[in-house]
Write a protein that binds this ligand. Structure first.
Ligand code: SAH
Length: 219
């Protein structure tokens, strides 16, 4: 049985009511974007019926699309107003970038695996998400050309906060990143204000590895 767009919309609204609101996701912009973006288009056909479940899903090449709650939590943590230029490291399926594109002015997203980036681009184009720019590269070096960024989001876990990202963050600016070992990490919110950096942990998480010059050295 194939599901219709309206069926998916119903399940997507239920996802927001059952998985996000009860877990303290309250930012209206985040909730609106989560209600709007068709998450099922960011996974392969065989997984579409599971796209709105309370879990991450495989997207190929050993990578995953994050659980809806984690996507919402990271988005909300950035306290976005709408005018921001934001840098994402780890495009993956493109879902997180799509959510951000509904809230921010411009999304710059960097992915190191070409097949994933090509697929994500196809979905952005089909949905006419024109404010997302993509780049194939090691994102631990940031994307110097368009700095500074009002916000930065890293959707893979590294051993530390990559220094180039801190340097490319605007003042004031916010950055979320999972930091820890290869298996488990703290999701950290790093804030820059008046030249000062502060950090707090908002959740314990399990992300795929951030691989690169300022991440883990190999897969
Ligand atoms: N935001 C994604 C999550 C994908 S998983 C989504 O919504 O689907 C994390 C992604 O980070 C993977 O695709 C992985 O290839 C990528 N990644 C890991 N290290 C990276 C690096 N140094 N630069 C860019 N992308 C990286």
């Amino acid at each position: 049985m194939s599901l219709l767009a309206s069926d998916f919309e119903k399940v997507r609204h239920r996802m927001v009511e059952e998985q996000l609101i009860p877990r303290s996701i309250h930012d209206p912009k985040t909730l609106d974007a989560m209600r709007k973006v068709p998450r099922h288009l960011f996974v392969e056909d065989a997984l579409k019926s599971q796209a709105y479940g309370d879990s991450p899903l495989p997207i190929g090449r050993g990578q995953t699309i994050s659980q809806p709650y984690i996507v919402a939590l990271m988005t909300q943590a950035l306290g976005l107003q709408g005018h921001e230029h934001i840098l994402e490291i780890g495009t993956g399926s493109g879902y997180q970038a799509a959510i951000l594109s509904q809230i921010c002015e411009k999304v710059y997203t960097v992915e190191r695996m070409d097949t994933l980036l090509v697929q994500a681009r196809k979905v952005f184009d089909s949905l006419h998400y024109l404010n997302i720019l993509t780049k194939l590269d090691d994102g631990t070096n940031g994307w110097p050309e368009y700095r500074p960024y009002d916000a930065i989001i890293v959707t893979a876990g590294g051993p530390k906060v990559p220094l180039p990202l801190l340097e490319q963050l605007a003042d004031p600016g916010s950055l979320v990143i999972p930091v820890g070992d290869r298996a488990v990490q703290d999701l950290r919110l790093v804030t820059k204000k008046d030249g000062e950096i502060t950090e707090k942990t908002i959740e314990f998480v399990r992300f795929v590895n951030l691989i690169g010059d300022h991440g883990w050295k190999n897969d």
